[in-house]
Design a protein around this ligand. Structure first.
Ligand code: HEM
Length: 205
């Protein structure tokens, strides 16, 4: 009996550890692979693809005080990969598709497009972006194609943020000031796969 309880506890702990990267939104029931990057929660859901291109459901949750803007770079570095920048605007959030060839303010990147979805809100303490990105999973730089591997349990991403909000929060082409923090982190893309992906998108539209 004691052995049984012990094994049960171990199993629970093990399942807990394996699922540590899973976050299911209690309101929408959408499940994401979640990583905490500094103060920023990065949540990703993808379809059951084995290679790119595929659309990506992205949720960023950031504390207002720390993140006047926050961004993720899909290839794990500042330059030559798609960058998603987001910030609060009133009680909503704004997303901006950017790209940097050099370590200078990233410019608009029209190749990657976003649909802002339900659950993109801002309150007194936090802002949340929920968006579908098309063309964040594949990109071309210097004639070299890169693609996220949807089976990667530790895909390398980068994030950056600044407490200074953009100068024109309503305008997604607004200039931003340089980050105060930047770092790399990994995302479990294999855990982001969901056979409910299309259902999620429809339910959040
Ligand atoms: C006004 C906008 C920006 C400027 C002027 C800028 C400038 C720079 C500079 C000069 C560096 C070299 C190291 C340092 O000085 O800290 C750097 C590094 C870095 N930046 Fe930016 N940056 C900007 C926006 C962004 C954004 C939106 C991201 C998105 C994640 C980002 C991600 C990074 C990362 C990950 C590094 C580390 C080195 C690398 O990956 O190249 N930066 N940045």
């Amino acid at each position: 009996m004691i052995l049984k309880s012990f094994l049960y506890a171990v199993t629970l702990l093990w399942v807990g550890a394996v699922n540590a990267a899973q976050y299911c939104d209690p309101v929408t029931s959408v499940c994401y692979s979640e990583t905490k990057a500094g103060d920023l929660y990065v949540r990703v859901a993808i379809p059951m693809a084995d290679n790119g291109p595929f659309d990506i459901l992205l949720q960023l949750v950031a504390p207002k005080q720390t993140a006047g803007w926050a961004a993720i770079a899909w290839g794990g570095k500042m330059t030559k990969n798609p960058i998603t920048v987001a910030w609060a605007n009133g009680n909503k959030t704004v997303v901006s598709s950017r790209w940097a060839n050099t370590r200078t303010p990233p410019v608009a990147y029209p190749t990657a497009t976003y649909t802002v979805l339900r659950g993109s809100t801002s309150n007194a303490t936090h802002w949340t972006l929920t968006a579908l990105c098309s063309q964040c999973a594949t990109w071309t730089a210097d004639n070299v194609k890169s693609a996220l591997n949807p089976n990667d349990k530790a895909a390398k991403f980068a994030y950056a943020l600044s407490p200074t909000p953009p100068s024109q929060p309503a305008n997604n082409a607004s200039s931003i000031t340089k980050h105060t923090i930047h770092a790399t982190f990994t995302v479990d893309l294999a855990a982001a796969k969901s056979d409910k992906f299309q259902e999620y998108i429809t339910s959040l539209a």
